[in-house]
Design a protein around this ligand. Structure first.
Ligand code: 3PG
Length: 399
């Protein structure tokens, strides 16, 4: 895939209507935004467009509304936050590409900003319906995609609309793609990848692709137990995907054939059951990976494993991390994930954290500013690491 795409700096936006797709899929609680990270990440592009006299039509999805417009999924709360950050009014449309959006888009003056309603209020959005793409395109002269977090979706507002307008990327997409693209295509070595998370099935292609590129692949989290089973260990009640045991054996053989060091947990923190509530009290013990009792389940990596993994990070020049090492929502079971975040924070290497849980862990633990790059995309960064073509980037004009 060609990541060298034209950006907002390669096209004249002055006086033009610019449809700018962002990923404003931010978490909310009782109608209040609980993290505005994705909005803040989109600001450099929005500010550039405003400062260069574009007439800015922002759009995004939020959540997964299934039955058309629903007030709890309205982007009005996002318009308010952008307006605070920008220091100027952001006009909120009552629909996505209907009469109100079209009238407000037509009334924009140079430097004005508006936000369309949640693109998923239109059924055609997730179907990548050309009619919706055309309706969105009819309001604008240029399409800018800055929604890295949604770049793995081939939807009308992320990709389809690029069939009808000149399409370029914004600063966030440019930054995400250049940092992660360089790490994968031309990494400074040793290159270490750390993968965690619950299920091997979610990371099959990532493991396979990264084994082509890294010097060391570290596997922790729930997915490590299927690897442990593939090595012949009994894993008790730990997460196990029996259908993927052969896959794990293949990956271990591939690592050996390629001379990639594959590091798996050597000790684990176990408990008799998964904590409920997830952050509630839990009684734990630490055992070697080959000594998990039948009635216990592994819920975090142990201290020896944390040291082994941190040691690999210490000698690395490029580190990519995706997925927690244990049930990090629980303080007793967060130590392995904290140790990884600490190892990345202490490292002089280029450190990249894929979005989702590992990004949340770094932020909650206060390590975010010590990491070279924390991706704003969960699913998107994973598909990037899989080496897949992202439709929201593929549709943009090449440089
Ligand atoms: C995300 O939060 O990962 C993106 O906004 C994509 O959201 P989606 O999984 O609902 O498409």
């Amino acid at each position: 895939m060609n990541y060298n795409k034209k950006s907002i700096e390669d096209i004249d936006v002055s006086g033009k209507r610019v449809l700018c797709r962002c990923d404003f899929n931010v978490p909310t609680k009782n109608g209040v935004i609980t993290s505005d990270k994705r909005i803040v990440a989109a600001m450099p592009t929005i500010e550039y467009l405003v400062n260069h006299n574009a007439r800015v039509i922002l759009c995004s999805h939020m959540g997964k509304p299934k039955n058309g417009p629903a007030p709890e999924f309205s982007l009005a709360v996002v318009a308010k936050r952008i307006s605070e950050l920008l220091g100027k009014e952001v006009v909120m449309a009552a629909d996505v590409a209907g009469a109100d959006a079209k009238a407000k888009a037509a009334a924009l003056k140079d430097g004005d900003v508006m936000l369309l309603e949640n693109t998923r209020f239109e059924k055609g959005e997730t179907k990548n319906d050309p009619e919706l793409s055309k309706a969105l395109a009819s309001m604008a002269d240029i399409f800018v995609n800055d929604a890295f977090g949604s770049a793995h979706r081939a939807h009308a507002s992320t990709a389809g609309v690029a069939d009808y307008l000149p399409a370029v990327c914004g600063y966030l997409v440019q930054k995400e793609v250049s940092i992660m693209g360089k790490a994968l295509a031309n990494p400074e070595r040793p290159f270490v990848a750390i993968l965690g998370g619950a299920k091997v099935a979610d990371k099959l292609n990532v493991i396979n692709n990264l084994l082509e590129k890294v010097d060391t692949l570290i596997i922790g989290g729930g997915m490590a137990y299927t690897f442990a089973a593939a090595k012949g260990y009994s894993v008790g009640k730990s997460l196990l995907d029996e259908t993927k045991i052969d896959y794990c054996k293949d990956m271990m053989a591939k690592a050996e054939a390629k001379g990639v060091k594959l590091l798996l947990p050597i000790d684990v923190v176990i408990a008799s059951s998964f904590p409920s509530p997830i952050d509630g009290p839990v009684e734990t013990a630490t055992v070697a990976i080959d000594a998990i009792p039948d009635d216990m389940e592994g819920l975090d990596i142990g201290p020896k494993t944390a040291e082994l993994f941190a040691d690999a990070v210490r000698s690395a020049k490029t580190v990519v991390w995706n997925g927690p090492m244990g049930v990090f929502e629980n303080p007793t079971l967060a130590k392995g994930t904290i140790a990884m975040a600490q190892a990345l924070a202490d490292s002089d290497a280029t450190t990249i954290v894929g979005g989702g849980d590992s990004a949340a862990a770094c932020e909650q633990l206060g390590f975010a500013d010590k990491i070279t790059h924390i991706s704003t995309g969960g699913g998107a960064s994973l598909e990037f690491l899989e080496g897949k073509e992202l439709p929201g980037i593929a549709c943009l004009q090449d440089k």
